[in-house]
Design a protein around this ligand. Sequence first.
Ligand code: NDP
Ligand code: 2IT
Length: 478
Amino acid sequence: MQVWDRKLENMKLVRASSETALPSYRMGVSVMLQSAYMKRVYDQVLARDPDQKEFQQAVLEVLESLEPMLEKHPEYEKAGLLERFVEPERTIVFRVPWVDDAGNVRVNRGYRVQFNSAIGPYKGGLRFHPTVNLSILKFLGFEQILKNSLTGLPIGGGKGGADFDPKGKSDAEVMRFCQSFMTELQRHIGLDVDVPAGDIGVGGREIGFLFGQYKRIRDSYDAGVLTGKGLDFGGSLARTEATGYGLCYLTAEMLKCMKNESFAGKTVVISGSGNVAIFATEKATALGAKVVALSDSNGYVHDPNGINLDVVKDIKLRRRGRMKEYAQEVPGSTYADGFKGIWTIPCDIALPCATQNEIDGEIAQTIVKNGTMAVAEGANMPSTPEAIEVFRKAGILFAPAKAANAGGVATSALEMSQNSMRYSWTFQEVDAKLKDIMTGIFHNIYNAAQEYGGDLVVGANIAGFQKVANAMLAQGLV
Ligand code: NDP
Ligand code: 2IT
C-alpha cells in the first residue's frame, strides 16, 4: 500500500512537471521554467530521481536563474550541457562498519558524490548527520559546483558524508567510525582527484582522524588531500573562521553597495551554534553589530545584551554541550525549545547558519514583518523557494548561500595551495585574501544580476555557471 502510494505520488510529480512545468512542491511560487530545453532537463531530473526533493529544489532554482542567459547560448543545448550538468560524474555509496564502546557492531552508510571536475578536482565537505541521504548530498554537491566556481579558484564540486550521528558518541567511537569511513573513501580521493573537508558534524576532530587513516593506508603525506586540518599538520590559519568571517565580509559589502549601510549598531540574529554561526557571531560583533540570538537543533537562546561568545565557545567547542546551558550561565538571557522560534526575534540582519530549509515562507513573512533589512545565507539552502519569494517581493537584501558562504571552501583552496608550496601564510595574510575573495564574489554576482536583470540569486547562479559551462564545452563530451 505504502509503495503504491509513493509511486502514485511520484507519477503526479512527473506529470505535474511535464504538463505545467511546475512540480507539485512549487505550486504557488510565481517563477517557473519557460524554455522547452529547461523543462526537458528538469523533467528528466524528476523522472530519474523522483524522491530527491532537496536535489530537485536546488536544480530548479538554478535552471530558473539560467533561463535569460541560455537564450544567448544555443550551443549549450547542442552540447547537452545542462543534461550533463545535473548528473554527477560519479556517485560512490559504501558500507561503514564500526564497533561502539559497548562492543556492538554498528553499520552506517557512507557516500561521496563527485559531481563536476570541469574546473578542478572535486572539492567539498563531508556531512555526518542522521538525516544524510543521496538527495541531500546531491543538492549540496550541485550547489558546491557553482559556489566553488564563484571563488575564482580551480576547484570542482563534490560532497560526501554518512548517516552517522557524532552526537553523544565518545572520541574513541568517532575515531573508529572515521577510520572505517576512510578505509573505503581513500581509494576514491587524492590531492589532485577529490579533496574533502568538514560540514555539519565534521570538524577538526573528525578531519584529524580521517587524515591519520588516509596517511596510514596510503603511506604518503598528502597533506592537500583533506582541508580543515589541525594547524600542526598542514591546516591553514583562518580556515576555522573562514565561513563565518566570509559571510560577514560579503554581507558588509552588500549592505554598503546596495543600501549604503553597515553592521555598525545593527541587531543580528544567527541560527545554529556550530562552526559557521560561531565565527559569524565573532565577525559581526567585531564589525559593530549586536548578535542577540543563537540556536541548536533543540532550541534557541535570546540574549538582548549581546551574545557572550566566550561562553558559547566554551559550551560548544570545549564541552560539546547544548545551547540550553548558555541561559543557565548568562544572566539576562532566556532559552526556548524549538529551533525555528529564533526567527520571531526582531533583527536588522538575519544570518541563517544551521541547515537547509530552516526558513519557510511563513517564517520569511515574520522576518519581513519584523523590519529586517538583509538576509545572508551562511548555511546551504536555508531558505525554501517560498521564503526567497517572500524576500524578493518585500525587496529586502538577500545574499544566496553559494555566494555568501563560499569563504569556507575558498580558504580550503588556499589551504591546498599552502600545502602544495609546503609553506604557510600568516592569519592576516589568509584573512586578507578571504576578504578580497568575498568582496570580489559580491561584485561578480551583483554585476551579473545587473547584466541579466535579476537579483543576486540569478547573479550568483549565472556567474558561477559561466566558467563551468565554458570549461565543459572546451573539454568535449565528458
Ligand atoms: P556544525 O555541525 O558545526 O553546526 C551545525 C549547527 O546547526 C549546530 O548548531 C546544529 O545543532 C544545527 N543544526 C544542524 N542540523 C540541524 C537541523 N536539522 N535542524 C536544526 N538545527 C540543525 O556545522 P557547520 O556550522 O559547519 O554548518 C552549518 C551550515 O553551514 C550547514 O548548512 C553547512 O552545510 C554550511 N556550511 C558550512 C561550511 C563550513 O566550512 N563548515 C562552509 C559552507 C557552508 P545541533 O548541534 O543541535 O545539531
Ligand atoms: O559547504 C561548504 O562549502 C563546505 N562545507 C566547505 C567545503 C570545503 O571543501 O571546505
